[in-house]
Design a protein around this ligand. Sequence first.
Ligand code: FEO
Ligand code: CA
Ligand code: CA
Ligand code: CA
Length: 674
Amino acid sequence: TTPAVAPLTALGFQGVAKTMADQVTLAAGYSASVVYALGDPLTSTTAAFRNDGTDTDFANRAGDHHDGMEWFGLSSDGQASTSANDRGLLAINHEATTDETLSSFFLHADGGTKTLPRPASEVDKETAVHGVAVVEVRKTGSSWSAITGSAFNRRITALTEVDIAGPARGHALLKTRYSTDGTRTRGTLNNCGTGKTPWGSFLSGEENWFGYFTRPAGDDAARGNDKTVTALRRYGRAAGAASRHGWESAGSDDIHARWINAKTGTSADGTDDYRHEMNGMGWIVELDPYQPASRMVKRTGLGRFAHESAVFSLPKAGEKLAVYMGDDSRNEYIYKFVSDTAWSAADAAPADRLATGAKYLDSGTLYVARFASDGTGQWVALNLAAIPSTYTAYAFSDEADIRINCRLAADAVGATKMDRPEWCATHPTTGEIYFTLTNNSNRRVSPTAGSSTQLQPDSANPRAYSDLKGTATQSGNVNGHILRVRETGDSGAATTFSWDIYLFGAQADADTGLVNLSNLTADQDFSSPDGLKFSPSTGICWIQTDDGAYTDVTNCMMLAGLPGRVGDGAKRTLAHSSALSVDTFVGASPTADTLRRFLVGPKDCEITGLAETPDGKTLFINIQHPGEGTKMADIADPTKYTSQWPSNAGYGAGQRPRSATIVITKNDGGRIGS
Ligand code: FEO
Ligand code: CA
Ligand code: CA
Ligand code: CA
């Protein structure tokens, strides 16, 4: 069947009210069910999940904290298919775990250990629930289920061997005791946003990986305070930093010692210790979900930072491909990679997807965005020639060093510091790129004197006291915004662009002069946009929230938008104070037909991940960490869990809350959102 591709001009469902109910609340006329939750067996020999903390064998089960997700269709005979609508593979990130003081407490019968050293029995479960999964799903009649025991099912964990490719492969800064030639590492970690390549493979972004490593207090001195100390600090690991889970404490064997990113050996090149281990994380990783025996590959050309999604410009034959990416940390940057190789349509269905990945992703130019106050912007190339001679904080040894430490290179060229770039998404017909900027507590009208982290608002990050009610009692850009970029000539290879802000998150009753700049109504208001994806079928821009500021009023949610184009709104001048006014560019306000809340999730969850069948009639999304606010001390008392979803929706054993993938269909069989 040919997918029905007809962008909507108006949303067809009735908006959902904000709610704090511990359930998935959906627009009328739609149904949802759970298909794949934490602990579900992926092989036919794995025991059923008891969900009481006694389960083991997590490398053969669904991981935790389901995040970004992509659809890979399968024909009825199990071949890759771009048109299949009732059988396919979901490639899913398992970002993290629900934790409190070291332990991922829902995974352990008594909640686990809160002090060091931690037992290997707990740690080895926790490393196995992180990573990526591929799981086959099928539709039978009108209902969907995961196929336990499918030959395509697989898990990649925080310890699975992964190849390193691209300009940093074999670099001196990637040599470790595990990979003395710097070509491999173990695992992928804190995988957040995703992407799907034009050649049909899966991309996964490694986000807050640095928190899993520790560095002893004396490590700076052991390194002779060399440039690697500067790099480690810039990437979030000062000497003496404790790790998030204490995995390094579970034993002196290699799989535990690798979490101590320290110079402990005597070699000149680091091949007898793990002083370079963190350089193996922070990449966009490529996986061929159709080849269960293939290895995952870290594509170092795309730069190393706290990655979210990686999305492509609309592929045009004979033009280079652009990949857009955000670095999710306060005051970090937006990047794009442009391939050296021009796109060939013959590569849309290649025999070898990872070889095709090497062709487009292993050589190219990495750029960082600089936004100007007149609604234009520049992509600044990150290479040795671009580093000003006045920049002395870090001496780059070569071009690969720039990819490994591109945050430092972006500092050097004066890129624009953003309000936490989360996902990006490419509009399926205009090709404009949308970026969620989730929030930034460090954006201030009057930064504390001498602060290196607090920044005044600028045109692309123009709000600084967007308190939920429009008063100044909360600091920073509390609610976040969605910025969009139109490349000059609509070409991914362009080095200039125009931009505006599609939507500002805000509470509907907030001040419309400084806070609710998009004039959101009660059916549209949201805070902290994070997941973002367009439906190629309906053209809907799905907006998912990960919010801690509006959760006194509503659980996190998903909205549907039908945006216009860059420049459809107006220039606004925000008068922050007598000394500070900021020009910005606000997209046309949405109408009741073009922005509406579609779904609200259970308590203490984030809504994230979105995969759609080509016909637009089946939507998979992820409910991440329901019940995250539960206290570890309450592990024995399910009545105190802040969520009991999905067991309260009839899914699975036990009452411990579980991250899960749900499938959404329209009761009349139509396209989602129509
Ligand atoms: Fe994993 Fe930035 O969200
Ligand atoms: Ca995210
Ligand atoms: Ca987030
Ligand atoms: Ca989260």
